[in-house]
Write a protein that binds this ligand. Sequence first.
Ligand code: GLA
Length: 358
Amino acid sequence: MTKRILVPLFVIILVLCGMSMAQDKTGLKDFFNNNFLVGAATGYTFMNDSLVVDLLKTHFNILTPENQGKWGPIHPQPDKWNFKPMDDLVAFADSNNMQVIGHTLVWHSQTPNWVFEDENKQPLSREQLLLRMQEHINTVMGRYKGKILGYDVVNEAVLDGDASEEILRNSKWRQIIGDDYLLQAFTFAKQADPDAQLYYNDYDMCDPVKRDRAVKLIKSLQDGGAQIDAVGMQGHWNIYSPTLEEIEKSIIAFSELGVKVMITELDMSLFNSNEKGDLYRESIPDSIVQLQSDRYEQIFKLFRKHAAVIDRVTFWGTTDRSSWLNNFPVRNRMNHPLLFDRNAQPKPALYRIMQPSL
Ligand code: GLA
């Protein structure tokens, strides 16, 4: 046989090996066993969907609550806590040998207004807000001590956009407490559960400007004495960007700070950020499926190359059906960002990721 036939034949055999592994219940978590944990975010009702439960058990060894642990859902009013959804997730994980990530303790979004106000709706003082932050952190981390591997202590604190010397987003946390609100949050978290891992998590971490700001922020937190175990790069990417080079630069830049890197919210939209149409409702062209599979393969190759510093790769959802990208940034548009389709069937990208040659 000539080389022209042998090479494609070899590629087909490798993909078939990936397919057979994916079908014989060897999951992603087994495939990447020596590299990193493989996780999925799960919403409120995932346990009612037996197909999703099967996928979770086969492929994932760590879960992130999609909303259940955020301030608004878990602590909707000053004296009201809603622990049940989080307790259920933790119990499910425990009985299926999975770990859990706490997401998230301090964030500008999905945090009710009352958090920042007194009973007369007047802004709290710095001291009052710090106390409220500490009580919240103590209550959540105290309840799940020993049951949660690590927490996104602060989510999305870094400013977007090019034209500023500032590092931090001007959130209410920052306005009331000041720039040290992150240092305070990490200090409270460390006190609340000294054994939990502590993470800083953000999006667009491959954008050079935002990456530099994040590096400066982490350095300043470390200088202030904070324990930061990992930087979470959310990884809400699309089939066109960011480039592999920028992803790699960020992995290296963060790991050089002496912290681990986690890909915490991975999905791959079929749309670039300016596209507004609903192009893939009826069908997806082969070329687009191909592009998504190629890119998933390339980024997982890259993750494997840097497995010494990457501790975890978590997908933001399990199947395309329940992805948040069906409603963001365009409401009710059909997107297909994950490894399993709307019927919970594996997509070509899964087989490409699970090739032995990866
Ligand atoms: C951010 C948050 C997540 C989630 C996604 C969108 O990335 O960290 O909790 O809200 O946005 O679903």
